[in-house]
Design a protein around this ligand. Sequence first.
Ligand code: AHR
Length: 503
Amino acid sequence: MQDGKLSIDPAFTVAPVNRRTFGSFVEHMGRCVYGGIYEPGHPTSDDDGLRGDVLELVRELGVTAVRYPGGNFVSGYKWEDGVGPVERRPSRLDPAWKTIETNAFGLNEFMLWAGKADIEPIMAVNLGTRGLTAALELLEYANHPHGTDLSDRRIEHGAKEPHNIRMWCLGNELDGPWQLGHKSADEYGRLAAETARGMRQLDGGLELVACGSSGRAMPTFGAWEATVLEHTYDVVDFVSAHAYYQLEGDDVASFLASSVNMDLFIREVIATADHVGAKLSSSKKINISFDEWNVWYLRELQQKGMPEEWSTVAPRLSEDPYTVLDAVVVGSLLITLLRNSDRVTAACQAQLVNTIGSIRAEENGPAWRQSIFHPFALTARHAQGQVLQPRVAAPTLVTSQHGEVCVLDSVATYDAAEERLVVFVVNRHPSEPVSFSSELRAFGRVELVEARMLWDEDLFAVNTMDAPDRVSPKPHSSAQVVGTALQAALPPASWSMIVMKVS
Ligand code: AHR
């Protein structure tokens, strides 16, 4: 067995754990909304048509914030279609996903759901087919208490209290040629700045996100961020980043090292943002909202393209069952997001239910946890206090996509008040176990509280309706504290979480 060492010290702080790191995403795409969070008539649904079984799993997942309503969908969306008496709401073509949108679910239903799920809403405005006026009207409708046409209309629609939405995305992926209303960086930057200024005139306390690139592989990556931020630097707080990963062929080693790419992406966006700040002599820092990330088997969509025919309402889209391997990669992407908590101050796993979702729900049937649910839920529950950056000394392996990478990917969190130290660690090696030790004397006395891991003989095992718990965290029997040293043996392709009491 290969050997590694993690040096962890309370002085190695990165930043406090940001609760917004554990965000998710609900888009009007496939069956995320209809048949996902919303299904009137389902045995567990309440009077508002919100599925109780899904809500329970959302709470268990530990999601803290949810971005809505898209995604590509938002770039053709008229928010007004989704408010007011349901029987008068129009059905429309949704060009993003080639489906029919009934508008039975809209802003007020989402806010009702957000209240029940106890999550912070993150709202996106349409800067594809629309602009400043629609954004201002949506903001007034959503957030103004009362006494204006739009705010009184919201009250008439049953939402007496203002929604008080703080965080807003200025459009979605407008660098992408697939995006309705796709723009050049200058065109988008100008529109985003104008919209941000207008929105701030209505409410100076908003937190605004400018669209960064829809992926690191975009030909305009880097230049897009620089130009957009030159237009928007003073009026936005975040630039977005999106990244999806999938297993290519049988290249398990590269897939397990996906977080190397995410880490690089983050560092490049920060460097670009700081470069613009330096050019503008600004002391302000723009942070990253990593508001779409996940494992996504996009291949089929990429190969076949969008269907020729318009599908009906809420077709099955991207409902791949996630494997053990996918769960290990998701765990390692979360480690990367946490490790960059000083600059990645919001993140949304895309998406929440059914479509690319951590949760699966069948029409009139049960809901269950996908494999990727588990590393998210455990990290959201146990990461608390300060993020600590471990110093890692461990063997490396060579991957075809990311070159030479360290086999161990890790982060720790430390909550002095709660006397909790938690280590999250991935063994990226596809076939070799690795052991590690960590001398934790600097934390005082150390006791093991709980140790769990995601690993399986069958890396491709999945959860299904009939076997919903086939993949779930196992006890980590090799993790032990000897004196003040943590030791554990990590099986190949595994994610582990070790919780300790320190005093
Ligand atoms: O999350 C699915 C899609 O991926 C979103 O609609 C879009 O923003 C991204 O390309």
